[in-house]
Design a protein around this ligand. Sequence first.
Ligand code: NAD
Length: 491
Amino acid sequence: MGASTALRNYIDGAWSASTATTYLDVLNPATVETLATVPLSPAKDVDEAVQAATRAFVSWRRTPATERIQYLFKLKGLLEDQLDTLAQTITQECGKTIAESKGELRRAIENVEVACGIPMLMQGYNSEDIARGIDESMIRQPLGVTAVIAPFNFPGMIPFWFMPYAIACGNTTILKPSERVPLTMQTVMHLLEQTGLPNGVVNLVNGDKTVVDAILDHPLVRAVSFVGSTPVAKYVYSRAAANGKRAQCQGGAKNPVVILPDADIAMTTRIMADSAFGCAGQRCLAASIALTIGDARQPFTEAIAEVAQTRVVGNGLDNGVQMGPVITTQSQSRIEGLIQKGIDEGATVLVDGRQPKIAGCEEGYFVRPTVLQDVNPLSDIARTEIFGPVLSLMHLETLDEAIALINQGQYGNMACLFTTNGGAARKFRYEVEAGNIGINIGVAAPMAFFPFSGWKDSFFGDLHGQGHQAVEFFTQTKVVVERWQEWTRQF
Ligand code: NAD
């Protein structure tokens, strides 16, 4: 496939060829089949999209919120109708199983549903008589042009953490999907087109760092929502701030899970396997470290080894497959290298998932579930985000030690506890320095009406995605203080 068949950008309500001179092949990571060619758009394309979004903002912000959400109601219907097709696309470009793809789409739709509540969610408040005859009110107004920069691991869900709220609040937006998985958003844009959304309200520009930098430097872009790795999140946050923009930047993670001896080990193991190996471990809420306490060690170690060995790995499109490939050959090598590093640092491999042979997918980028035992809490592997299906086991004697270890970590995306003791659960919830806490839950993913609350190096900014915080992020407050002469005239 060449430039002539490359994916298009969607700018000002029209599909247009990028002015790119460089392109990237989009591969199915299970089969290594080329699915499409994506243009790496230059800054010029971003400027065109921003100009269109700026023009569209003039009338979009004047469109009543009750009218704006009608497009979202239509979008929800279309997403429901196209769920199977979209799930297929996600699986093809990203590798996860069809069930996982459908799961992420449900989360996308949930955000559309919540954003439909904008007429109430973006209301302000007022006080009469703050002094004699003077009233004061706060109203929320949209910002203008916003931008969403997404990672590869949830091609269907992550843009929806931001886009529905941005436009429901009266902003216009530019979407930049990951260049590794650009196909899902192509379909979503076609659905948005079918809703009759006015031209320029949502625009799509394909590309890589060049597009990101053009967004960050464009004077007409007011706010940037980013999700990706921590070094890039930090970079985007700094550059956006230096250019006077609002930014909310979600970064990487290294999520610890503590298992107390009183936990239901069978349930814990089932949930932990889904957390650590679901989506091939390429989830910012994947369990990465299992900290067993006291007598939990032996039963959990034996049980998790068993499920890791028996997990069905293959092409996510096939029935019965529980885990697909990782995204690229580079990811596969990086994950395998980190497993080796763990071994070099003193861990033992309880289950080794390197270099598997997957029938029918011999060329695919697979790493089978891997379990490392006796990982040294001070080693690099204990701190590095692996972003693959690798669970590191550590053992401690007390919950206090586990909490202290967790709180020394660089990241704060999620921490979970498995127990049947309410006091232990409360202590954990109270003391652990992470923004998303799971109690007997393996992936504590906030619903759309709660903020996605990463802490520490997992988030840069003040207002998180989703729910009320999204509404605050995508609006600016205006305070009006009013004095009127007393009414005396009679008609
Ligand atoms: P990434 O940081 O490589 O890319 C994210 C986005 O940034 C992409 O759109 C990419 O084109 C762009 N980009 C990449 N390098 C850039 C650079 N140097 N300058 C400017 N832009 C750049 O992340 P990824 O590999 O696509 O996604 C995986 C990462 O995302 C993991 O670290 C994962 O933990 C994280 N993630 C976090 C969350 C969360 O909610 N905190 C959710 C999903 C994924």
